[in-house]
Write a protein of this length. Structure first.
Length: 133
């Protein structure tokens, strides 16, 4: 019942599907066919999987993955184009603000890496266990 995002070696396009069954060497997902009006089950061999992307919902970290880079960009734009007096329009670039805005945005990128990890499969990186409840 878990949703898994993966790409196979044959086609590198990401697929976001709900897992129906897991066996030793494969997993099965189902898609709804509108024409036939029924679910079609597709089995994917674990050896054919190229990359898996998980989605973890970590409170405040997942939201920070989107909001912190946006906040860094807004801080840089507002400090560059809005002056302290507010009467005359003057472009002022401050390197200190760029450093702070870049730190905020890079913290958001770290939050995105923690919330949405990607795992390569194959070679030294073997997919051994899927989460079992």
């Amino acid at each position: 019942g878990d949703e898994l995002t993966f790409s196979t070696k044959n086609k590198r396009k990401r697929s976001k599907e709900t897992i129906v069954a897991v066996s030793d060497s494969s997993f099965t997902y189902s898609t709804y066919n509108d024409i036939l009006g029924e679910y079609e089950h597709t089995e994917v061999m674990i050896s054919d999987v190229h990359k898996i992307r998980l989605s973890r919902n970590i409170p405040f970290v997942t939201q920070g993955a989107v909001m912190l880079p946006l906040a860094g960009g807004v801080l840089l734009l507002t400090d560059t184009f809005i002056t302290k007096g507010g009467v005359d329009f003057l472009v002022q670039f401050d390197p200190k603000t760029a450093f702070i805005a870049g730190g905020i945005a890079s913290l958001g990128i770290l939050c995105a890496k923690a919330s949405f990890p990607k795992y390569r499969v194959g070679g030294k990186h073997q997919l051994k266990v899927l989460k079992v409840y």
